[in-house]
Design a protein around this ligand. Structure first.
Ligand code: SF4
Length: 517
């Protein structure tokens, strides 16, 4: 086992002192023992370098803090799907799917059943403690009849269904080769649990097929019992509902033939139209005139407006310049006419949260998007909207500048309606100076590397989008901040009447060199 656990658990006390040697589990929790047996099996089989552990959502979500193996943390109930991906991408890997009862037997029920039936050599360790641990002790599919939980305060009764016997259910499928239920409540049971986990991994090493070990485990915290009392509870209460023993042990021959994964970096780059060469850089510094470390943007419109593509191009431009950048698409119900929006961050060092609930910049392609997100733009921020489709923009908060740009009309004039999002990028560049124009144009050219015919209209759209901001600024013809105000008229003279000059004076000075009053 030596070396399978990390020497220090960084999660606790920054890896210092005694706390760095202990897990986050409650005293008497079964997870600690299961982790130990899993680590022992990995060490015994000498497979640490090719083991991938998939941790679930639940109390054992932090498995990756403890086992020094390849680790992936899966969304709730989706560990088996992630395990399949690992196994097929790297057939030599030993994939361990570690799940609790809420994760596996509730939200992930369909996943585990279909994965077990598929029968790929994957080892599933299923920890059944008859309750939801992490979320506060609610009733799980495995909760016993009459057992009181946070969500069944009078006890589980017939109308709530009966405890789900996962080992029996999985054993009834054709795919698995080995299914056993074990427990931890005394030394003899612990020895059986240790052997079962070792056997499950051994079968995978031999490519024999899918294996499943259900471990009846203790959760003293939510049973409100001492660790010793909980062991007794598992023995006396859980065993009648969940009989121990081997449920299936199929002696079929190894059938899985690991083959070297086909991976050729040049081939992958060719397929995705990428290049190993670094993109040229044009930024001399991070755009700290917008934010010192992290610029948040939101792009929103209807499906097909190109918000997601524009968001990807901004993120790509940021990465080309050596910054950290993220893009989260959220499509929502756009097929029914709803809003599709994208959150983008560009950070000097690291994006700590990719969501943009209060962006510095909003680009809105339609009226619902503008209505919905304009109030969230932070003070000193900028809104760019398509005034060919939004004729009556809402009033915006003091200190927020708003620019109407005829995005759809620019695209239509160019004979290519899909480039309105590129016109928006031109407007973004001119209005904010987020990156130099060449940074955006490089990202656009990269994206269009295999669609050369479309490049001219995209570049023209970018230039026209930028020019429309410049025209609005020029129209101020004076020392005003030049920003479009809520009434649609650019600020021509700095005065107390100009929200942007008064509230965003600092921004105006630093980005435009324009007097703010
Ligand atoms: S809540 Fe229960 S399952 Fe979760 S760590 Fe504590 S004892 Fe273990």
């Amino acid at each position: 086992m030596s070396g399978v656990f990390y020497d220090r658990f960084e999660r606790h006390a920054h890896g210092e002192g005694l706390k760095a040697q202990s897990t986050h589990y409650c005293a008497g929790c079964g997870h600690g023992l299961v982790h130990k047996y899993l680590a022992e099996a990995i060490g015994t089989l000498g497979i640490q370098n090719r083991t991938v552990a998939i941790s679930p959502v639940g109390c054992s979500v932090f498995l990756y803090y403890y086992l020094d193996v390849g680790n992936t943390q899966a969304p709730h109930g989706r560990a088996p799907a992630v395990a399949i991906a690992h196994k097929l991408a790297n057939p030599e890997s030993i994939v361990v799917c570690y799940q609790g009862d809420g994760d596996l037997a509730s939200i992930g029920l369909a996943e585990i059943v279909s994965t077990a039936q598929q029968g790929l050599p994957i080892s599933v360790i299923f920890v059944n403690n008859a309750i939801y641990g992490m979320t506060g002790g609610q009733m799980a599919p495995t909760t016993l009849m009459n057992q009181k939980t946070a969500s069944s305060p009078y006890g589980r009764e017939r109308s709530m269904g009966q405890p789900m016997k996962m080992a029996e259910l999985i054993a009834g499928l054709d795919g698995p080769v080995y299914v056993e239920r074990v427990a931890l409540f005394d030394a003899k049971q612990r020895n059986r649990a240790r052997n079962a986990i070792l056997k499950a991994l051994t079968l995978q090493v031999k490519n024999r097929g899918f294996s499943f070990v259900e471990v009846l485990a203790e959760c003293p915290t939510h049973l409100k019992l001492t660790p010793r009392e909980t062991e007794q509870w598992v023995r006396e209460r859980m065993l009648p509902a969940f009989p121990l023993g081997v449920k299936k042990d199929d002696a079929r021959e190894p059938w899985f033939r690991p083959a070297a994964p086909l991976y050729d970096a040049d081939q992958v780059l060719a397929v995705i139209g990428g290049s190993a060469a670094a993109a040229p850089r044009f930024c001399v510094e991070f755009p700290s005139h917008i934010d010192a470390h992290d610029v948040a943007l939101k792009l929103a419109g209807a499906g097909g407006d190109g918000a997601q593509t524009a968001a990807m191009l901004i993120a790509r431009a940021g990465i080309n310049e050596g910054f950290d950048a993220t893009h989260i698409p959220s499509y929502g119900p756009e097929s029914r006419g709803g809003t599709s929006y994208a959150d983008v961050h560009v950070a000097s060092d690291e994006v700590l949260s990719p969501a943009s609930p209060n962006p510095h910049v909003l680009i809105a392609f339609n009226a619902p998007s503008l209505e919905r997100f304009a109030p969230a733009v932070r003070r000193g921020g900028i809104i760019i909207y398509d005034n060919s489709v939004i004729t009556a923009p809402p009033a915006v908060a003091r200190g927020v500048a708003i620019h109407g740009v005829p995005l759809a009309r620019i695209a239509a004039d160019l004979g290519n309606p899909v480039v309105k999002n590129i016109a928006a990028l031109g407007a973004l560049q001119a209005a904010t100076g987020l990156f130099p124009a060449d940074t955006f144009l490089t990202a656009i050219r990269q994206a269009l590397s295999r669609k050369g015919a479309a490049l001219a209209s995209n570049e023209a759209a970018f230039a026209r989008g930028a020019a429309s901001i410049a025209a609005a600024t020029d129209a101020s013809a004076g020392p005003g901040c030049g920003r479009m105000q809520a009434d649609g008229v650019p600020c021509a003279l700095p005065s107390d009447d100009c929200d942007a000059c008064v509230e965003a004076g600092r921004y105006a000075r630093e980005t435009r060199g324009v007097h703010s009053g």
